[in-house]
Design a protein around this ligand. Structure first.
Ligand code: GRF
Length: 218
């Protein structure tokens, strides 16, 4: 797929968005971030997008009385950006079923745990409370089953005895920043094949440098 248009949905900080934009600048994204859409006007990631002259749109969820009305407005904003791929990069709203169906197979999410463990919120806190020794992040296709769509890639990190929530989150985030652009590139190169609940990742024809993070799913 040439000239893949990528719309990124964010709610906050935008460090994963920054990683995608850096990959694009360096010619290793395989597509172009053409829109950034946020459900919060105060999302710091909006400034990151604007700094790279990416069109931004805010659909402020708090101003909508009904969830359906927000869903419809978001869907309209996303459709206006004509995406080939949608990336949820720290987007903190659950998408409506019609939206999810419309973009089935064309929407990726980054989640800060090794799914299917720790779906939902506060993943690092829960992992520490359970005393797990390995934690990480997952890029997956979005389906109606929240945080349980077909897994594209995973990166693992050790959990250290000295860790608190912040230190573990930071270690995972560094891996997210490598994993997400690599997963987007694989999508843009047409290398992701959904097979039931799983994803087969076809090999690169020309290697653009091996991923240093352990990709447990490939
Ligand atoms: C990341 O940890 C991501 O996995 C989760 O939300 C966080 C977003 O961080 N879904 P950022 O906005 O990309 O910095």
């Amino acid at each position: 797929m040439a000239n893949v248009r990528v719309s990124v949905l964010i709610s906050g900080r935008g460090s994963n968005l920054a990683a995608l934009l850096a990959a694009e600048r360096e010619g290793r994204l395989g597509g172009k971030v053409t829109a950034v859409i946020s459900n919060r006007a105060d999302a710091a990631g909006l400034a990151i997008a604007r700094a790279q002259r990416v069109v931004t749109t805010v659909v402020p969820h708090a101003t909508f009385r009904a969830r359906e009305a927000f869903d419809a407005a978001l869907e309209e904003a996303v459709a206006a950006s004509a995406p080939d791929l949608i990336v949820l990069a720290g987007f903190m709203r659950v998408l409506g079923p019609a939206f999810v169906r419309r973009y089935a197979g064309r929407m990726l999410n980054i989640h800060p745990s090794l799914l299917p463990a720790y779906a939902g919120l506060h993943t690092h806190r829960r992992a520490l409370a359970d005393g797990v020794r390995i934690h990480g992040c997952t890029v997956h296709f979005v389906t109606d089953d929240l945080d349980h769509g077909p897994i594209v890639a995973q990166g693992a990190v050790p959990v250290l005895a000295s860790d608190d929530e912040a230190s573990l989150a930071a270690r995972v985030l560094a891996v997210e920043h490598r994993l997400l652009p690599a997963a987007v590139r694989a999508f843009c190169e047409g290398r992701l094949v959904i097979a039931g609940r799983a994803v087969r990742v076809k090999a690169e024809t020309v290697s653009k440098g091996a991923l240093e993070v352990p990709i447990l799913s490939a």
